[in-house]
Design a protein around this ligand. Structure first.
Ligand code: ZN
Length: 512
C-alpha cells in the first residue's frame, strides 16, 4: 500500500515515526470499517476547541522544532484509511458559533442560540446524547482541560438555559455520565460553591470514585465511575504545566486523563461514548498567545495517540477528531520581502516559557502604568524596564523601546494603541508585539465562521467525509448506538419570532 505521499508504509513510518506505535491499529481499524454495515461499539469524539484549520500546519512545524517528529493528526492526512472532511459549525443565530451551541448541535442534533446548552430559544429542553447513550446501555465519559462543567462537555450531557450556570451543570452529570474529568473545583466543592452544596459527596453516593490529583486518578483507574476534578478553574496551559514540576506531579495531562477514562469505560462490553476536549487551544487563541496555543495543540495530539493505541486493541472503535469553531485565525506570515527568514522567526516560539495568562499578572496593575505613562519620570523608566524583563523572561525575546511603550499604554487602559478594536487590549497588543518576533499574525480575539477540520477513522468513519453539518453528528452517533431518537428543531426565523415574542434580549456574553 502506498501513502498519498507516494512512499511505502514502512519507509513512511520510518521517516516520521508519529504513527509508528499504532501502525497495526490503522490496519485493523481499516479492516473493521470495511465490514458491511460496520457499526462501532465505542465512539471517541475528540474536540480541539477553537482550533482554526491553520493550526494543523503550525502545530506540525512546531512539533518538528520542539519534538523532532510530526503530529499524529497531520499524519492521518496521509492515510487512505482515514475519512476527511470539513465541519459546518454554525449555530441557530449566527454563522459564528460559541462552544455551547456548537457542542449542543453535536450533542442534540439541533442548532440552538449561542450561550444556551441543549435548549431551544422557547425553553424546550432537548435530550442530550449522554442520555441516549444511557438508554442504549452505553457508558459515557467527558474529559476536558477546561472546567468539567464548561460548554463543550456540557453540550453532550447537560441541559441549562445559560452556559454560565456551571454550578447547575456540575449537579447534572451524575445521572448520565460515568467518567467526568477536568478542572472546575469552584463549581463542585462545598467550600467554593455559593450554595455550599457538597457535589462530590453526591457523586460518591452514586458510586463514583472522587479523585483530586494525578496520583489519586491513577489509583482509581479500575473504578467503574470516576469524578476527577484537578484544578479550581480551567486546567493549566501546557506551556505552564511543562515548566512547573509541582503541576506535573499533581495535575494530569489530557492524554493521561484520556488513558484512565478509556480504562474505566472499556470495562463494559456494551461499549461507550467518550468526548475528549483540548479546551485551552481556544483560550490561547482568545489571548492571541501562539506558544500557549501550540503547546496545547501538541498535548491534544498526544491524546489522539493514546486513543489510537486503544483502538489498536479495540478495532470496533470509531474515532472522530474535529473542532467546534475557528478562533482568531492565527497564521505564520512572511517576515521579509522575499519570504526568507520566516522559519527562524517561528522557531523563537519554542523559547516561550510562560502563557500570557501567567505573564500578564507579573506585569503589575493598571494603576502602576496609568501613573507611569503621564510622565518621563523614574517611575516610567522602571515600568518600562519591568515590561522588558517580564516579556524577555516569559517569551524569550527582547521587545524594542517602541513595543514596550505600546504594551505600557495598553496596560494603562489607553484605547487606539491597536487600530483593530478587538486587538486593542493588553493581550492583543502583546500578540502583535510577539508577532514581530515569531511571525504569527491574528485577525481578532474572537471566534470565526470558518469550517473546521474533521478526520475520522474506524467503523462508521465514512459518514464524516466531505462537508459535515454539525447536527448530523448526533444522528450518526444515535444510529451507531442503535437509537432512532430525534430531538425537535427550530428554524432560524421561528427562533427570532420566539425571542421577539418573549421580549428577550439576545444573549450577550463574552464567549470563551
Ligand atoms: Zn469552543
Amino acid at each position: 500500500m502506498k501513502s498519498s505521499a507516494g512512499i511505502g508504509r514502512r519507509s513512511f513510518f520510518a521517516r516520521t515515526g508519529a504513527l509508528a506505535a499504532v501502525a497495526g491499529s490503522l490496519e485493523q481499524l481499516s479492516a473493521a470499517q470495511k465490514r458491511r454495515g460496520a457499526r462501532p461499539n465505542n465512539i471517541i469524539f475528540m474536540v480541539s476547541d477553537g482550533m482554526n484549520p491553520s493550526v494543523l500546519t503550525l502545530a506540525e512545524h512546531f512539533s518538528r522544532i520542539t519534538r523532532q517528529k510530526g503530529t499524529v493528526w497531520h499524519e492521518l492526512y496521509h492515510r487512505p484509511e482515514a475519512a476527511r472532511g470539513l465541519m459546518d459549525t454554525a449555530s441557530l443565530n449566527s454563522l459564528v458559533t460559541d462552544s455551547s451551541a456548537s457542542s449542543s448541535a453535536w450533542g442534540s442534533g439541533s442548532r440552538i442560540w449561542n450561550g444556551m446548552v441543549n435548549m431551544l430559544p422557547d425553553g424546550t429542553e432537548l435530550t442530550p446524547i449522554a442520555t441516549v447513550a444511557k438508554q442504549q446501555k452505553k457508558r459515557m465519559g467527558l474529559v476536558t482541560t477546561a472546567s468539567a462543567t464548561h460548554a463543550t462537555p456540557a453540550g453532550f450531557a447537560a441541559v441549562v438555559k445559560s452556559r454560565a450556570d456551571e454550578p447547575g451543570i456540575a449537579r447534572q452529570y451524575s445521572r448520565n455520565v460515568d467518567v467526568v474529568m477536568g478542572g472546575g473545583a469552584a463549581y463542585f466543592e462545598p467550600g467554593k460553591r455559593r450554595d455550599g452544596q457538597d457535589v462530590p459527596a453526591d457523586y460518591a453516593k452514586a458510586e463514583f470514585a472522587v479523585v483530586r490529583n494525578k496520583q489519586e486518578m491513577l489509583a482509581a483507574r479500575k473504578s467503574h465511575k470516576i469524578l476527577g476534578i484537578f484544578f479550581d478553574g480551567q486546567m493549566p496551559y501546557t506551556v505552564d504545566h511543562r515548566n512547573d514540576e509541582r503541576l506535573q506531579l499533581e495535575v494530569p495531562t489530557l492524554a493521561e486523563m484520556t488513558e484512565v477514562a478509556l480504562e474505566s469505560l472499556s470495562q463494559s462490553r456494551e461499549g461507550f461514548l467518550l468526548q475528549v476536549e483540548g479546551a485551552r487551544i481556544d483560550h490561547a487563541a482568545h489571548n492571541n498567545d501562539a506558544a500557549a496555543l501550540l503547546w496545547d495543540q501538541l498535548a491534544f495530539d498526544d491524546a489522539i495517540l493514546t486513543v489510537l493505541r486503544f483502538a489498536e486493541k479495540n478495532p470496533d472503535t470509531l474515532i472522530v477528531i474535529t473542532s467546534d469553531h475557528g478562533n482568531s485565525n492565527p497564521a505564520l506570515s512572511s517576515m521579509s520581502s522575499k519570504y526568507g527568514g520566516t522559519e527562524a522567526c517561528f522557531e523563537r516560539l519554542a523559547l516561550a516559557r510562560r502563557s500570557f495568562e501567567l505573564m500578564t499578572p507579573l506585569l503589575g496593575s493598571k494603576a502602576e502604568y496609568t501613573m507611569a505613562i503621564e510622565s518621563n519620570s523614574p517611575a516610567a523608566k522602571t515600568a518600562a524596564e519591568k515590561i522588558r524583563q517580564v516579556v524577555e523572561d516569559s517569551l524569550g525575546f527582547t521587545p524594542s523601546d517602541a513595543h514596550v511603550d505600546l504594551i505600557r499604554r495598553s496596560l494603562a487602559g489607553q484605547s487606539g494603541v491597536a487600530l483593530n478594536y478587538q486587538l486593542d487590549k493588553p493581550v492583543g497588543v502583546m500578540g502583535l508585539v510577539a508577532g514581530h518576533h515569531n511571525g504569527i499574525q491574528w485577525v481578532s480575539t474572537s471566534h470565526t465562521s470558518d469550517y473546521t477540520l474533521v478526520t475520522a477513522i474506524g467503523p462508521g468513519s465514512d459518514r464524516f467525509q466531505g462537508i459535515v453539518r454539525n447536527t448530523n453528528c448526533f444522528r450518526h452517533m444515535c444510529d451507531f448506538m442503535g437509537s432512532n431518537f430525534r430531538n425537535p428543531e427550530m428554524d432560524p426565523e421561528k427562533a427570532k419570532q420566539v425571542m421577539r415574542a418573549m421580549r428577550l434580549p439576545e444573549p450577550h456574553f463574552h464567549w470563551v
